[in-house]
Design a protein around this ligand. Structure first.
Ligand code: GLY
Length: 254
């Protein structure tokens, strides 16, 4: 059985952190509607939803992925690189405690869950403005005893590693090679996003289905040509806050 932890969109979303995007008006009602449809999609795919209430004082708190790295054996509460996001951790830890042993990343390390790409027994970790080398080292120390390898990856041009590359099943990574050095990903099949859709590499695998933004029809066709099962969601409003489909849930087997 799968559990998905989500958090409702903050009414303070307009004050979100932005790193690579210019601030544009966000339609809060539409963002809430789109996020509800995303949650329904997860439920239709068999997830038991734990929906945390909105946090008006935490603009980015809908992006629960950044607060934790959840593996079968344990959950690692992160230390987000943006100070404004550190208040997000307590509720996520509370939600995860019934399911997993909890470990924590500690200062001066920083780590955003969006920088951690789990593929097989490897955790690829992006070095970005949010995740530093101490974060990678601490994560390695925590997960190595459980049989995971941790490899650091340089990322340029986007917020998180998972903006540039995600695991989509069938031994395949969906990737924008312009934002990440693909050399480290030997052993996986690499499927390139359509060049007209540089932000299209963020895809969320739930069971056998890829939850995928409506905004990238060309890359969606590529995925379907390769016989992936794709279910689309509209996340155009949260995308203005630099959030993708992986960002809005923590999915764990329970
Ligand atoms: N707005 C998402 C983030 O910067 O973390």
């Amino acid at each position: 059985m799968l559990t998905a932890i989500t958090r409702e969109v903050s009414p303070g979303l307009a004050r979100c952190e932005l790193t690579h995007l210019k601030r544009r008006p966000i339609n809060l009602k539409a963002a809430i509607r789109q996020h509800r449809a995303y949650c329904q999609c997860l439920a239709q795919l068999g997830c038991n939803l734990i929906a945390l209430p909105a946090e008006p004082g935490l603009p980015d708190s809908v992006f629960v992925e950044d607060a934790a790295v959840v593996l079968d054996e344990l959950a690692v509460i992160t230390r987000p690189g943006a100070e404004s996001r550190r208040g997000e951790l307590a509720a996520i830890e509370e939600a995860l405690t019934p399911f997993r042993q909890i470990e924590r990343i500690r200062a001066p390390a920083t780590l955003d869950g969006g920088d951690v790409l789990h593929a097989g027994s490897t955790l690829y970790v992006g070095i970005t403005s949010r995740t530093n080398r101490q974060g990678v080292a601490q994560l390695r120390e925590i997960v190595q005893p459980h049989g995971y390898r941790v490899k650091s990856v340089s990322v340029t041009g986007c917020l998180h590693l998972k903006s540039a590359c995600t695991f989509v099943g069938q031994e395949t990574l969906l990737i924008n090679r312009g934002w990440v050095d693909e050399e480290l990903f030997g052993g996986w099949n690499l499927l390139d996003v359509d060049p007209a859709e540089p932000a299209a590499a963020n895809a969320l695998l739930v069971g056998e289905t890829i939850v995928y933004p409506t905004a990238y029809p060309r890359t969606r066709s590529l995925l379907e040509d390769h016989e992936f099962i794709v279910k689309t969601v509209d996340n155009t409003e949260l995308a203005k806050a630099e959030g993708g489909v992986t960002c809005c849930s923590l999915i764990l087997s329970s």
